[in-house]
Ligand binder design. Structure first.
Ligand code: NAD
Length: 431
């Protein structure tokens, strides 16, 4: 049974190369979701999808590949979304009101892929109806909503996953295990950014649908780039550092796309940690040259998990120009006791690096995230720390948004701290 699954466990572990199970369990404890996969082959799980829009149908395409899943119902307020979803699963029931889907007692779990401002109420109602929940990121529109959703998950004991697919992306999992083993030295700084060149608008069939279709651009429905993009990358930073930031500051503006939108098109934020480490996150959607990346900087090396690569600081040979300068410098200053900092310019390293997985990345973790959710629904076991990662990813981007809109340096609010056991990465063996 397992072999028929296109996202099977063996392929996944193969992608992670030689990483020992112990290392992975400490660095990415939610992989416990796959613990019983060999015994759940004959089980099935009935899923309802709420909000089969663009992301919802992408998730659906993976759910349909999983032999353990029956997608039995859709709910969406917008008929064209229902029509598209029904083309993919003609036998499914279709509702305009999600409460009707929740009333179906035969449905085990729901996948919620509606716009941000609707998530909280839908998820709370889903828990009240006894369903397990996969909710797209950012989970809540406010920090208070996120806390309500997380608390409800604890109270009901039902499974909670969010759409933080990097947690299941083999290149990130392996990169984090390498970082936690100390292979790059202490991580002091992370620069994360997501740039695009486009207005972020979708075509609107008629003007009254503008806010419904382009909900991302309007304040009462979304918090723009912070909630749509930063959510993924801020979580990578806390995963790498194994802790939460203490303070957040930032600035945002509508600089280029002055087209009636209400959310910033240009943002920079800084998240600072207890030992002086920091993470910057920025997004400019009027220039895409640098694209997206998380540059994780340790004193022995650098990782760029999006590109799927890592680079050690010392490589031979150094670029010819720098070699020449070093030679002169050594000849001139070599014998002097005060010879210190080089005057050679710190040009970007020409090091081409190595692939984290030994090859170009071909999987962004979305299918495995859903696969893990299905396993958790079937076994009824909430994987370690998965809900907490989703919760904090959302809190971090909402905190950044508040720092920007209030124009203040924000402390991490004590009332939104939850139990987040430390990574204990010191315990990791150097394999
Ligand atoms: N994890 C990721 O990488 C990723 C990528 C893209 C989008 N997303 C998230 O997915 C969610 C949806 O984004 P999208 O781009 O698919 O948006 P979308 O507008 O394409 O789809 C949203 C769907 O929800 C429907 N809807 C709106 N209100 C509803 C309600 N009250 N009840 C039922 N249906 C309702 C809409 O009609 C639409 O069909 C967002 O939270 C977004 O942040 C996540």
């Amino acid at each position: 049974m397992e072999e028929q699954n296109p996202i099977n466990r063996r392929m996944f572990l193969k992608e992670l190369g030689m990483m020992g199970a112990g290392v992975l369990a400490l660095s990415s404890p939610w992989l416990s979701a796959f613990g019983d996969v060999a015994h759940t082959g004959k089980e099935r799980c009935r899923i309802g999808l709420i909000g089969p829009g663009s992301r919802g149908r992408f998730l659906l395409s993976f759910l349909l590949q999983n032999p353990k899943v029956d997608v039995v119902a859709f709910a969406d307020v917008y008929q064209p979304s229902l029509d598209e979803a029904l083309k993919m699963v003609p036998k499914a029931k279709a509702y305009k009101d999600y409460h009707q889907l929740l009333d179906d007692k035969s449905i085990d779990a729901v996948v919620v892929a509606t716009p941000l401002f609707t998530h909280c109420q839908i998820v709370l109602d889903a828990y009240d109806a006894g369903k397990h929940v996969f909710c797209e990121k950012t989970i809540g529109y406010t920090m208070a909503e996120c806390k309500q959703m997380y608390d409800k998950h604890l109270e009901t004991g039902k499974i909670f996953f969010s759409g933080q697919q990097r947690l299941f992306d083999p290149r990130y999992i392996k990169a984090m295990a390498m970082i936690h083993q100390g292979l790059f030295g202490p991580v002091n700084c992370i620069h994360a950014f997501w740039n695009r060149n486009g207005d972020w608008r979708r075509p609107v069939p008629s003007p009254e649908l503008e806010k419904h279709i382009n909900w991302r651009l309007y304040k009462e429905r979304s918090k723009g780039l912070m909630t749509e993009l930063a959510c993924h990358q801020l979580q990578v930073g806390t995963w790498a550092l194994g802790k939460l930031p203490e303070k957040v500051m930032g600035h945002g503006a509508i600089t280029f796309w002055k087209d009636g939108r209400e959310v910033y098109d240009n943002i920079n934020t800084i998240y600072t940690f207890d030992k002086g480490e920091m993470m910057t996150w920025g997004s400019d959607i009027a220039n895409k040259f640098y694209g997206l990346e998380e540059q994780i900087l340790g004193n022995l090396g650098t990782l760029e998990p999006e590109r799927g690569k890592f680079y050690y600081e010392t490589i031979d040979p150094a670029p010819a120009f720098l070699q020449l300068i070093n030679k002169w410098e050594n000849e001139i200053f070599g014998a002097l006791p005060f010879a210190g900092t080089s005057w050679a310019p710190e040009t970007a390293n020409q090091n081409k690096g190595e692939y984290i997985l030994g090859k170009e990345p071909d999987n962004d973790g979305t299918s495995l995230n859903l696969f893990a959710f299905i396993e958790a629904v079937i076994t009824g076991k909430q994987p370690h720390r998965i809900a907490e990662e989703g919760y904090y990813a959302s809190i971090l981007c909402l905190l950044g948004h508040e720092a920007i809109t209030n124009g203040t340096i924000m402390d991490f609010p004590a009332e939104y701290k939850i139990d987040y056991p430390s990574y204990n990465t010191q315990a990791l063996p150097k394999e």
